[in-house]
Design a protein around this ligand. Sequence first.
Ligand code: BGC
Length: 237
Amino acid sequence: MTRVRHILGIDIGGTGLKAAVIDTKGKLVSKRVRTPTPRHCPPKIMVKTLAKLVAPLPAYDHIAIGFPGVVRDGHVLTAPNLGTKDWAGFALARALSKALKAPARMINDADMQGLAVVRGRGIELVVTLGTGIGTALFDHGKLAPHMELAHHPLHSNKTYDEYLGDHELKKIGRNKWSKRVLKTIGILHTLLNYDHLYLGGGNAKKLTGKLPARTTRVSNTAGVEGGAALWRMRTFY
Ligand code: BGC
């Protein structure tokens, strides 16, 4: 296996596709590029759009992909915001590896964000606020098996995605939405008793009011920065 030096980090979102080249510590060594996610984005269009997006970036030898759904072994199992019907079973890591000519690893997008921000102390939870709601749980820095908390019914049978996702923020406004986020944080704390919470994703900056104790807002670039830690992992889902 070639030595990992420069990694192309790709953060696939329901609204935007982001990418940058990072070093082995996760530091950006290129600008971060972004393009809107095409409205209908089955695998073929995704691969084409990503290839075009990353073409101007400097050289890399490995690829790390954060995907907004359940992934296993380089394959997509679910893609709630892109269309599971189009995506289920697709070997995206292999397709991107072929198109972009470097070995590729892929995990859930919230898991990848988390790899960049956790400090390795106690139970740490990462929640990403975007088109959908992502969650990742860490035990002393070790990533737990991915749980789709966002698809757990939370309020009047609404999932986290339906209660807190971007479409709701746009519908009810920042203040009401922020109250919902705070209520959800309370529920997550009761459920998981985490020691620290990191709030990421494009909408984290839209939260109004004071953040609860033991909560840190993190930058959205973490979505690509986590690719460095992904390539250090011995095993992953
Ligand atoms: C998906 C998660 C993903 C999150 C953020 C949710 O709809 O179920 O897997 O992490 O969106 O993209």
